[in-house]
Each structure stands twice: as C-alpha cells, then as structure tokens.
Ligand binder design. Structure first.
Ligand code: ATP
Ligand code: MG
Length: 157
C-alpha cells in the first residue's frame, strides 16, 4: 500500500527519539513528494537503527543529526541520515556490515555490532541499496535508496 513516507518518517522519529528542549532532528524534503509502498515495519527498523546510531555516535555539543528525504526522476526514493559525530576510521569501513563489528574509536559507547548488518539485509530484501560516507572527526552519512513500488512478493514469504 502506498503511503506518505515523509509523514511516516517524521512520526517515527518523534516517537522513538524524544529530544530535549532546543534539540531536534531536522527533517527536510527534496524534490516533488511522492507516495511509496515501502513496508512500514522495515522502514521503522531502518530508521531506528540509522538514527539511533547517528545520535549514539555523536559527541555532546556537536550538531544534531539531519534526515533528508529525496524524490527524483527515477523509480526510487532516498532516505539520507547525516550526523556530525565521531565517524568511522577509513581502514575499518569495509567491516561495517559484518556481524559484531564495532569500530576502534567507540570508546565506552555501548552496542552489539548487529544493527547495520540487519539494516543492510532489510534494504536488500526490499530491493534497495545502502551506501555511506564517513570520516573521523567530521561525521557519517548513510543513504538508503528504496523503490517507490515495492516488490511485495519478495517480502511475503
Ligand atoms: P547495535 O547492534 O546495538 O546497533 P552497534 O551500534 O555497535 O550496536 P551497528 O549499528 O551495526 O552496531 O554499527 C557497527 C559499528 O559501526 C558501531 O559499533 C560503530 O563503531 C560504527 N558506526 C555505526 N554507525 C555509526 C555512526 N553513525 N557514526 C560513527 N560510527 C558508527
Ligand atoms: Mg547500531
């Protein structure tokens, strides 16, 4: 079923990440808004993981994460989650989606190292793609590209 992904993403972020006064995760939209039949459970899971990481791996006092939703000419829409956090060391980035991987610069930030592996799998199930760019001291951006028309049959087995 087609849904308003902008509305859904805003709601999920408000529900899952209630922020302190003066803080907010800014959500912006680029392009002409279209409906997408993205699976809401999958999208919820992707958001919880990526936005959760963006917050968790940001130091106090750094700028808040930003979420952007992009609609282009093609048959996809893109969810961008950008943070100004600790970043991922370049020489470790090839291990990012491996089970139990945790970067050497996490300090005492807790985690199991499974979140991104699951996100990667969910995006794949949805015939989408997941890419990222990260630099220590600058931050990290993830892009999730998902089809506007979902390959529903793939999800229903
Ligand atoms: P969990 O399974 O609870 O999500 P986790 O956050 O450690 O635990 P992943 O989400 O899979 O696991 O991330 C794997 C590792 O990648 C993290 O431990 C961290 O080192 C690094 N990482 C992930 N996202 C970011 C980010 N936005 N900024 C900096 N490092 C990140
Ligand atoms: Mg995580």
């Amino acid at each position: 079923v087609a849904m308003d992904v902008v509305e859904f993403v805003s709601q999920q972020i408000d529900n899952f990440f209630p922020m302190q006064e003066g803080e907010e995760i800014k959500i912006s939209v680029q392009g002409v808004k279209k409906e997408a039949d993205t699976d809401p459970d999958i999208l919820k899971h992707i958001l919880t993981n990526l936005v959760g990481n963006a917050l968790k791996y940001s130091e106090e006092g750094s700028s808040n994460p930003e979420v952007k939703i992009k609609f282009g000419e093609g048959d996809n829409w893109v969810l961008e989650v950008k943070d100004y956090g600790i970043g991922i060391p370049i020489e470790e980035q090839n291990k990012l989606f491996s089970a139990f991987y945790r970067a050497s610069n996490v300090g005492d930030i807790q985690g199991t190292g499974l979140g991104l592996m699951i996100v990667k799998e969910l995006v794949k199930m949805h015939r989408g793609s997941l890419t990222f760019k990260s630099s220590v001291g600058e931050g990290t951006t993830f892009w999730v590209q998902l089809p506007l028309k979902s390959p529903k049959r793939d999800l229903d087995h």
